[in-house]
Design a protein around this ligand. Structure first.
Ligand SMILES: Cc1ncc(COP(=O)(O)O)c(C=O)c1O
Length: 373
C-alpha cells in the first residue's frame, strides 16, 4: 500500500473513540456494572412533533432523491427567525446561513476554507478535542489561545459555553475577539453548540450579537444539544457571507445535500413549540446542582453545557476512578495540556445513573482528598 498522506497521518488519535473503547474494555471486566459519566451524548431525543415531521415527510414519494445541495430555503429561514427571536441577531437566510450535516463537520470545513496550509489556528486549551483534527486536515499549525495581546494566528476557535470547562463567555471577550481579528486580519469561529444550555439565569449569548462580528467570523449552531438531535446530523454555519459561501461551495463537492425529511424535521423543531428546550436546560441545571454539591472543594464549575469540570485530587486519575471505582469520567488532558489534573463529568445521563455515579465519585474523591492531607 502507498504511504499514508501527510494530512491523514497528522490526524491526532480521536479522543472520543479512544475513550469509548477504554470504557467499553473496563466495562467488560469483572465487577460492579460500570457507570459512564464520560461521554456527552444527549440522553433524550427531540419532542414528538419533530419525529412526526420526519415520519410524515419520509412517507412522501418525492423526498427520496437528492435534496437541494445548499439545504431547504425554509430551513435557513427557520434558523434565522430563531436567531432573531432568541439571540436578537438578524441574519439574511440566503447569504448568511449554511446548512451542514452536524456542526462537527463545519469545524473541519471552516479550517479548510479559511486558512492556508502552514498558517496558525489558535485553539482554546482546554478545548473540544476535535478542534486539533481541523488543524491537521487543513495542514495548518496549532497554537494555544491565551490572550489577545499575545495571540498570533490566521484563525481563532472560541467555544462558549465551553466543552469541557462549562464556562460561559467572560464579559467583553467577544468584543475583544472582534477587535483582535480586525487588527490581525484573522477570522473567528465561535462554536455555539451549547448556546441554549446556560444556568443561573444567564441569557444565551451569541457571538453574532456583537457589532462587527459577522465581518470577521461565523458561529456554529447545532441541533444536537438544544433539541436532542445528535444522531440526526444537522447544524448551521451563520454569519460572514463570504465564509458561508465558501463552505457551501466545499459542500457542493463533498456532499449531496441532507435527507429532506431530516431538514423538514429541523424546521419543525425550530418553528414548533419550544418548551422542550427550556425543559432540557432546566433538567441539566438541576443535575448540575447535585453534581457541584458532590464535588465540593475540587474547583468544581459549570455555568452551562451539560458538563461539570473539576480538579482531581492528588493520587486520583480518570483511570483509577474507572478501574478502582467503576465510574468513567473524561480525563482533562485529552482536551489540551492545561486540562491535566482535571476531569469532565457528563450530566447527559438519566437521573438514576448520575446519582449512582456521584455516590461512587464522592467516596473515591473524598478518599483521594484525605490521602493528600
Ligand atoms: C463543543 C462542541 N462542538 C461541536 C460539537 C459537535 O456537535 P454536532 O456535530 O453534533 O453538531 C460538539 C459535540 O459534542 C461539541 O461538544
Amino acid at each position: 500500500m502507498r504511504e499514508v498522506p501527510d494530512r491523514v497521518r497528522r490526524l491526532p488519535e480521536q479522543y472520543f473513540t479512544a475513550l469509548l473503547a477504554r470504557v467499553a474494555a473496563a466495562a467488560a471486566e469483572e465487577g460492579e456494572p460500570l457507570i459512564d459519566l464520560g461521554r456527552g451524548n444527549p440522553e433524550t431525543g427531540p419532542p414528538p412533533h419533530v419525529i412526526e415531521a420526519l415520519q410524515r415527510s419520509a412517507a412522501e414519494p418525492d423526498v427520496h432523491g437528492y435534496a437541494p445541495f445548499a439545504g431547504l430555503p425554509a430551513l435557513k429561514e427557520a434558523i434565522a427567525a430563531r436567531y432573531r427571536d432568541v439571540y436578537g441577531v438578524v441574519l439574511d437566510p440566503a447569504r448568511e446561513v449554511a446548512v451542514v450535516p452536524g456542526s462537527k463537520t463545519a469545524l473541519m470545513e471552516f479550517a479548510l476554507v479559511a486558512v492556508e496550509r502552514g498558517e496558525t489556528i489558535l485553539l482554546p486549551d482546554p478545548g473540544y478535542a476535535d478542534y486539533p483534527s481541523a488543524v491537521a486536515l487543513a495542514g495548518a499549525e496549532r497554537g494555544s489561545f491565551t490572550d489577545f495581546e499575545t495571540a498570533r494566528g490566521a484563525a481563532l476557535y472560541l467555544n462558549y459555553p465551553s466543552n469541557p470547562t462549562a464556562a460561559c463567555v467572560p464579559d467583553g471577550l467577544f468584543e475583544d475577539a472582534v477587535r483582535w481579528a480586525g487588527r490581525a486580519g484573522a477570522v473567528v469561529l465561535h462554536d455555539f453548540a451549547y448556546g441554549d444550555l446556560v444556568f443561573d439565569g444567564r441569557p444565551p449569548k451569541s457571538f453574532l450579537a456583537i457589532e462587527g462580528a459577522r465581518e470577521v467570523g461565523v458561529e456554529l449552531f447545532s441541533m444536537s444539544k438544544s433539541y436532542g438531535m445528535a444522531g440526526w446530523r444537522l447544524g448551521f454555519v451563520l454569519g460572514n457571507a463570504e465564509l458561508v459561501s465558501r463552505i457551501e461551495t466545499l459542500q457542493d463537492h463533498v456532499f449531496a445535500g441532507i435527507f429532506r425529511p431530516v431538514q423538514e424535521a429541523g424546521i419543525a423543531a425550530l418553528t414548533g413549540p419550544q418548551e422542550s428546550v427550556e425543559e432540557r436546560r432546566a433538567t441539566y441545571e438541576r443535575r448540575r446542582d447535585r453534581a457541584l454539591a458532590a464535588l465540593r472543594g475540587l474547583d468544581e464549575q459549570s455555568q452551562g453545557t451539560f458538563f461539570v469540570w473539576f480538579r482531581l485530587p492528588e493520587g486520583v486519575t480518570a483511570e483509577s476512578l474507572l478501574v478502582e471505582h467503576r465510574v468513567a469520567v473524561a480525563p482533562g488532558e485529552g482536551f489540551g495540556p492545561r486540562g491535566r489534573g482535571y476531569a469532565r463529568l457528563s450530566l447527559a445521563v438519566m437521573d438514576e445513573t448520575l446519582d449512582a455515579g456521584l455516590e461512587r465519585l464522592r467516596a473515591a474523591l473524598k478518599a483521594g482528598q484525605t490521602r493528600r492531607v
